[in-house]
Design a protein around this ligand. Sequence first.
Ligand code: ADP
Length: 444
Amino acid sequence: MWGRPLVPVISVTAVAAFLWPVAGAAVALGAWAMMLLALVYHHLRNLSQLYEWLEAVSARSLPDGSGSWEEIFSGLSRLLRRQTQIESRLSATLGRFQRAGAALPEGVIFLDEHDRIEWCNPRAEALYGLDSERDRQQQITNLIRNPQFVDYLQQGSFNEPLTLRVSRADTEVVLSIQLVPYGRSDKLLLTRDITHWDRLETTRRDFVANVSHELRTPLTVVGGFLETLTDMREPDPEATHRFIGLMSEQTTRMNRLVEDLLTLSRLESTQNPVREEFVDVPELLADLRREAIALSGGRHRIEVQADSREGLDGSIEELRSAFGNLVSNAVRYTPDGGPIDIGWVVREGIPVFFVRDNGIGIEPQHLPRLTERFYRVDRSRSRSTGGTGLGLAIVKHVLSRHQAHLEIQSEPGKGSTFSAVFPPARLHRTELPVRETAPQEADR
Ligand code: ADP
């Protein structure tokens, strides 16, 4: 190591030593001192260039240097190049990680040992109203002040996530928050919006509670009669006959409920695609009318209004069930003598099936909830007429499987019109052969 810097000193000394016998001691020492001074000047000049360069390090301003400094500067230049390469590789990797973090569907916040924000992704910004630039180095508990969140952060055990309900404008958002400690004392705060899952879970819970409730009533009735029959000391054929009749009514009710539940579950199954077949709607209308007459027992005037002779592409079984539910509702919610129209029209290419009644009608506030499972406006009327509360839920499912939707117009005391509006693509354009007799005439 010492070799290189010493070479010029040794050379200078050798020259002086050579001069000594030739030119005398004074000249040799003078020349030696001059050469050493020149050497010191050379080093000082290069050293000052080095200091100057260190003030603002850049590859371009690196001096060339002279003598042994030339090598030092070129070594520095190599070092600088390698450093720049490592830096750009690191920043590319960091950029990739940041982009991945930003693209994550979950909120990600990096916290330091004092729970100060180091970085957060756009999802976390949106979930908590943060700004990754503005809020950097801010204490997270100053920005998210929810007491449950503050407790969670302070309790120190993070095996279980925290479920937080946050009110936003007019909705409630449910967040699942998990703190993941890493490194020596850094933390990663992950947040998932589970509002959708929470709603599904609530719906599932409500559904189970509703089904249990619906089944409990008939079961209690059947149980009660069975108990009475068991406790009878003397056989009473007349009472027994009556009880059996009432029990059979309740079992029919349970059966209907189970059937509707199975229909709904079949409709909801993703493994059960819609069967695409030709549905002869005018013929279906005639069948529906016959069924309605049977259900009504002649208490209503039921007419078919088929303005179109075209059919639909879809599942016969599902459409029959959906249309049948609408017709049966019209019969059940229309007082005796009322007219009921079962219609099929194509308006500007849009196929519409409708059922119009002049029955009890529905208050406007109930309309948005009518297709919810077990939602009933008139509970006692629904039950007394054998309703399960699932009819319109089935209709909604069937229609959505056919890309159709349900429109309801209703006025309390005046009646209702339930229309199934299909997309034009579902219309089966082939004209059906004209029937000899109109459907209503055929049934009269
Ligand atoms: P339900 O088995 O109780 O009839 P639905 O899902 O078929 O169940 O209907 C939901 C509710 O909508 C009914 O309970 C009833 O209150 C109301 N409803 C349905 N159709 C009619 C109608 N045509 N007229 C008046 N109310 C109706």
